[in-house]
Design a protein around this ligand. Sequence first.
Ligand code: SIN
Length: 536
Amino acid sequence: MSRSTDPDDLRRCRFLVVGSGIAGLWTALHLSAHGAVTVLTKSQLRETNTQYAQGGIAVALPAADSPELHRRDTLEAGAGLCDEPAVTVLTREGPDIVRELIAHGAQFDQLNGELHYGREAAHGRNRILHSHGDATGAEVQRTATEAIAQLPNVTLHEQMAAGDLLVVNGQCVGLEAMEVGTKRRIRFLADCVLLATGGAGNLFRYTTNPPVATADGPALAFRAGAALRDMEFVQFHPTALAAPGYPKFLISEAVRGEGARIVDAEGRPFMNAYHRLAELAPRDVVARAVFTEMRKANADCMYLDFSPLGDESKLRQRFPGIVEELQRRGFHPAGQPIPITPAAHYMMGGVMADLHGETQLPRLFACGECADYGVHGANRLASNSLLDGLVFGERSAAAMSAVQPLEPELEQAARVATLQLLPALRPEARAQIQHLTWEGIGIVRNRLDLEQAEAELGRFRRETEQVETADLEALEAANMAQVAWLIACAALERRESRGAHFRTDYPQTLEEWRRHIVLRQSAGRLEMHYQAVALE
Ligand code: SIN
């Protein structure tokens, strides 16, 4: 069924931003000087992955550090798949942008009147700024939210779900949206659109992400014909609390940076057997080690021993949020090792974009976790994601501000285009998808499991219907099936192990696979091709 859009349900702005984490808000902040910005978020403004980030912002600000050292650590963690120019941009532009964030009022923890820098896995230097101990994301979100609130030409719509991008004459001219409470359909027209929808953790049974992280941006972009890249690389965090509850409570890597050990049920540390950096090895190595030990012991958790950090008052001083939440759940980190399990945490792949956030679909931009400009490679370095949102948000804003307004014919065609139907999948599919992904495209993969996951996820994808309005859960389930299937396809294609993608049937990292896998839809079919890693 289709109908013309009621003019009352049509909104026009110069810039449309989808998502209200740091990538979306920082872009909106910098766009606001160039025209009216509309920000859409399907939940509440602060319900974002940014809000829940604990560890901090990695940035080469300390005197003993340099962008070059930060660059080297990022490349090393990325396991040969980072695009070097992107990493250079991130690490070089990072310090100034973090100073700008501080000028907007962000408060980071200090020691003796100086900023204090923590350490996290695979960082060769202490370079992690943190706030209120372990609530860095909340501070970053607060700062950006307050800065936006003062701007008269930024309009925020909460509870407004993105349905599908509006593509007219091969250009992205807006978005079909749905008001979550009323299911009222609204068409947003814009000169350009930014996808900053965040993560994909909820594709998996165990995740540290809030329930809103359902891979919406990549799903929208793929359906609209834009390319996705590196979708096989999903980062699992090694130390989520192994206790009932959803999502899994994250225990920051910064805890290991301060000396906490990962131990088995008998209290024996085992990370030395897996990597020379032990607890501070790259995150993929630690997650796989914990997973392997769990399998060997037929156990549903390993443990995190906080005792090297000192007594309860010391713990509370450095990690107040973590200690409080653990105690609220009946765990006492000063006195007992805490049960942990790996959980899906971050999506390295996403909507393919250049160093200015520009995708291959004209007038469509992407930045932050839902995008892929090659900065994280096969495994993101801890605490590089908030910095990514800031650096590439600012760059996306600069590029978007230069986009020409829609030509009158294009504008008219966009206004009168028939209402697009929205994808929807029965919401109860969500749990089945999460089960399939955990078993088939999780921390350790192999051909048989991948083939089964690809076939079954493909079935869910084909069950997706086209509807005029739907519950938010049905829209999300359709996006989840779409993206989970694409992860399975890419993981099946990559016949090696690299970074977060580990296959028991192809355990080696192979030079011939040092290339990106690019996915796109053309005439309803999946097209896959390779792209060389960009070197300097
Ligand atoms: C953490 O605090 O361990 C998470 C930091 C990150 O994912 O970058």
